[in-house]
Design a protein around this ligand. Structure first.
Ligand code: ADQ
Length: 448
């Protein structure tokens, strides 16, 4: 029996990794003979052309460095300024440049060469996310015949959006070299199959299979998940350790937790909260919104704009409504420890997960898992998060419609305990059944 080799752009370098993808992939590797390979996060003018081991941890890890040019053109460039906006329906933000694409291909080829030196014919290879789309193609060119699977953590774009990418058909050709293409949601699996047929020229077979010579690939949804039981216990423990000022009997708490990314809908959420406050003076001083948003991808221009916009909006709303003992919005621009986050979710009455587009969104799942079953909070969830397919008992909203969002905020704050418990219990049953172990088992069984 061979090993399971996972590849992702970045690998966690510390001994106790946290964060959604990291926990999910780590879990898959821990219970199997696992190896994780990815970039170290270090930039190096003359990186070695072989992996180096990372010490410690529950499974083996190998890493490699990027050059400054690779970081700029492969990571900030093609991955984060072309594929990320495209895959989230923001074709207007794509920055198409020849050097981005050529470096992206070169990094994947370099990785494939280093990988070919460490794999054995029995190993299963599981490639993660949009940074590494061509990897199977590169490996096949080198004669590698192992089972190779791909999992996309983001949404898959509509065929129309794909047409905006000059090399859209090349992406389909790359994907056709995987044995299994896993997506987060049914909508993404459908988009992927249609793109493979309409843009890539594949033929669609029964059962989610497509054929593009010389290979037959399966395309299916495998919604990523969390360890709901573990997160629930963590939240119960951490809630008791929160500073006393956080939970005030006379004040309700709404919480938002997102990387400061333009896909997460934070400005739209702030506008909706402003609308809610304008309509409901009776809630002034009785509710506040805690938004925790660490900066991300600071090398990319669109991210400077989103930071300015959110700071401006929170300043405006606080300027209009705050008084000496109450600020409607607390906007924290830092990552905070996973444990504290779990306690805060539990302290919150309403979770606001309102991305404009999102592969899954694990915050939605973490928020529910963290609730007190006796007196649970309410989740407001965007219809555009992959999580909405699995969590219909949340209050599903359209993040573009700030009036509907403001109305739903009132519904959430006023919801009777009985209804909150019913919704929580249905959501939690699914989260426990379809947890992170279910996700990796399902995917790896399908990969074979
Ligand atoms: P992300 O876009 O990063 O992931 P998400 O699924 O919400 O989005 O995961 C974020 C993770 O980071 C969560 O575990 C959350 O707890 C943590 N986090 C967020 N803000 C934090 C903060 N301020 N401090 C500490 N931790 C914080 C991508 C896709 C998603 C997909 C995941 C996993 O964009 O759609 O769900 O991968 O596949």
């Amino acid at each position: 029996m061979g090993r399971l080799i996972c590849l992702s752009n970045r690998i966690p370098m510390g001994p106790n990794p946290s964060g959604g993808l990291v926990v999910a992939v780590g879990d898959a590797l821990t219970s199997r003979d696992g190896l994780w390979i990815g970039t170290s996060g270090e930039i190096n003018d003359t990186p070695e052309d072989q992996f180096r081991p990372v010490e410690g941890g529950a499974f083996q890890r190998l890493c490699f460095d990027l050059t400054p040019e690779e970081q700029a053109n492969y990571y900030d460039g093609y991955a984060n300024s072309v594929l990320w906006p495209l895959f989230h329906g923001r074709t207007d933000l794509m920055d198409i440049r020849a050097e981005f694409l050529s470096t992206y291909k070169a990094v994947n080829r370099r990785l494939a060469r280093m990988l070919a030196d460490v794999i054995t014919p029995e190993d299963r290879i599981w490639v993660h996310d949009f940074h590494l789309l061509p990897l199977a193609y590169d490996l096949r060119q080198m004669g590698i015949q192992n089972r190779i699977g791909f999992f996309l953590h983001t949404p898959f774009p509509t065929p129309l959006a794909m047409q905006a990418l000059p090399n859209g058909s090349e992406i389909c050709q790359w994907l056709a070299h995987y044995d299994l293409i896993g997506l987060q949601a049914e909508r993404d699996a459908r988009n992927c199959i249609t793109a493979m047929v309409e843009i890539g020229g594949a033929s669609e077979l029964a059962g989610g299979f497509i054929h593009l010579a010389p290979r037959q690939s399966r395309i299916a949804a495998f919604p990523i998940a969390i360890d709901a039981g573990e997160f629930s216990d963590l939240a119960a423990r951490e809630f008791d350790k929160l500073p006393s000022g956080i939970v005030k009997p006379e004040r309700r708490l709404m919480i938002g937790v997102d990387r400061l990314d333009y896909t997460k809908g934070v400005p739209q959420r702030f506008r909706a909260f402003g609308e809610f406050l304008a309509r409901h003076e009776e809630w002034h001083r009785h509710v506040s919104l805690l938004q925790i948003s660490p900066p991300t991808r600071e090398g990319v221009e669109a991210y400077d704009d989103i930071r300015e916009e959110t700071e401006h909006l929170s300043g405006q709303i606080n300027g209009r409504y705050a008084d000496i003992s109450w600020a409607p919005i607390r906007f924290i621009n830092r990552p905070i420890p996973r444990e504290t986050l779990a306690g805060l979710y539990r302290a919150a009455d309403v979770g606001l997960v309102t991305p404009l587009m999102d592969g899954m969104n694990l915050v939605a799942k973490e928020f529910i898992a963290a609730q007190n079953p006796e007196d649970p909070g309410v989740l407001m969830l965007s219809q555009f998060a992959g999580a909405a397919e699995q969590m219909p008992e949340a209050l599903i909203v359209n993040p573009h419609d700030h009036e509907q969002m403001a109305t739903t905020m009132l519904t959430a704050l006023a919801m009777p305990r009985g209804e909150r418990r019913e919704r929580y219990s249905a959501l939690m049953t699914t989260l426990r059944k379809k947890d992170v172990h279910w996700w990796s088992r399902g995917y790896l069984t399908a990969l074979g």
